[in-house]
Design a protein around this ligand. Sequence first.
Ligand SMILES: [Zn+2]
Length: 265
Amino acid sequence: MADYGDPLVLADLSWPEVDAIRDDVDMVLIPVGSNEQHGPNLSLRMDITGATEFCKRAAAMRNPKLMVAPSMPWGVSYHHMNFPGTISLSAETFGQILVEVVGSLMDHGFERFMIINGHGGNIAPLGNAIVRINEELGPTFVGSAAYFSFADKELGPKFFENEIVGHACQMETSVAMYLAPEIVKNDTLAAGEMTDLTYELRGALQQYGVNVPYRFDEYTRNGALGDARKSTYEIGEALMTSALDNFVAFADDIIDWSPIEEAGE
Ligand SMILES: [Zn+2]
């Protein structure tokens, strides 16, 4: 694994240490994910751990400019509730927690926030949450994105042509092999036991951007998609080194494009 150095992690600091570095931090990264089933392939914490590990590596690449806030341990995962172990917040609770977390950090002088998401079910609630944060709290910057969306666009077709990806799949398991190998269930890696709905309708839904709140067991009987047995560390490394390089460059741009107004001027 590449040596990124040490990240700045809020929860590891004492309050005098926070006080001392506060003005050196340009953006706070807030990892959000989900405690939810990932078939037999990955442990329940994949989406939290993936987002957190991504944020830590990014923060290490830009220490002390980027700082990692505590990870949000739960997401909006109703659609995985038919599999044991999944925990879901309502969209309202999820958004309210983020509003209060950002509000607390703003009280301490932090001004830019990037919410780094590891879970598809959080996308719509996050859209609402960042509008609330912007309107109710008015930080200098708030944005949200999935961490894997920063990878170079040509890597998807290169590695996953004709593959069904999206959850507990070849892509996500490869990413886990790179970011957090301890959560990969190497002895039980399995292809998705996908239903006709996945083969015959999921592609069209994605092509046209149609949103249907299917539960995940309607797509796959074992909770996985595609074929995680084809996962490799090298695929995960290619996706994540690309995503990290792109993300930190993007963060530099956002910081330049969102100057903080000095109080009293
Ligand atoms: Zn996941």
